[in-house]
Unconditional design. Sequence first.
Length: 428
Amino acid sequence: MDEFQKLTDENQKLKLAVNELSILNNIASSISSTQSVEVIIDMIVLKCIKHLHAEEGTVSLLTKGDEGQKFHTMIRKQDLTQQRVPIHLDHQITGWMLLKQEPLLSNDILNDPRFTLPDDTDQSIRNMLCVPLIAKGELIGYLALFNKKSGQEFEDKDRRLLVIIASQSAQIIENSRLYEEEKEYLLLKEEMKVATRIQNNLLPDSNPEIPGYEIAALNIPAKEVGGDYYDFISLNNENLGFCVGDITGKGMPAALLMANLQASLRSQALINLETKECVENINKLLHRNTDSSKFATLFYGDLNPKNHEINYCNAGHDQPLIFRGNKLHSQLEATGMLLGVLEDASYLSESISLLLDDVVVIYTDGITEAMNSDFEQFGIDRTIEVIEKCSSESASSILQKVHDEVRLHSDGFQQSDDITIMVIKRVE
């Protein structure tokens, strides 16, 4: 009799192993790591409900952020023969899984001291089996089943099977999640390439050549796509329009706002409006056509090379510097607020006359706010000092000296903001 019992037990174990193998093979043949995470999890939950005879199943994945670790329920499925409201015990399971990272089985949830349930908890909740999803030694989520059918209880063999399913599924889920992240990354890279092309097409191909003047400009974005902008516009009255702007944000939003700003500026400048009228109209267009959180600073000037005069409007931009006789002569303060904030903002225009060898330097805060490893900014005083020492040189040389000193100051420290500088020098 003992021998017969042993054979019976072995036969039962063999049947159980075959059944487990069949279920695992069924699940494995249905999913692939190239499918979406949602599709994979949906299949796993439905297979578990079917093979373990549960009324409901769920998978929650762990996300890590600034606010700590949180479980996010990806899929919640019910057996179609059941007409109950879905069971929600997610917050009860979360603490257990983060702390224990081991299976949790309860066949009397309502009276289980491990659960703290509110008074309005659905009384139809009977039992639960929950196992962790662990990939490469890291907890990535959990798989849970609720209410075994026909009033039965979850058994150790159910726990064993669900642990095996979870161990096989966890890596597939994680691989799929990584695959999706890679696709998103590649999509973002392609988007950045498009944005870079947009910005490169917006910036001038070369510096303008005007008798009696040397003009040079430089733009170095901190990342693939920046928020700085400069431009030269040949006006109908043979004057030269020029500008330097700083746009909020980075990436595609900044590139699109830059394109919007350039189109607005050129459309207004080419109908020979005064600088203040031009900037006022640009402000209205940006306010109406961009998000309320987006704005830009802009210095727009109109150079008359015949009478050597610049008429300008400064919409909240860093104060351009005027050097005369190798010394700082003046700074061009803002004549109005930055663009895109208030639709009816008013602006003023001012004029300056340039003498022989005068130097005009327009820049963005990527110059003055460039930091070194001690978080010390390059600063406006150091910027002025550098230009004073080389103001007798050519415009391109002045520009290069400023850029070299900023790089030397940063000493390899990562560039945190876009760098743009324009130099206009009156020569013989």
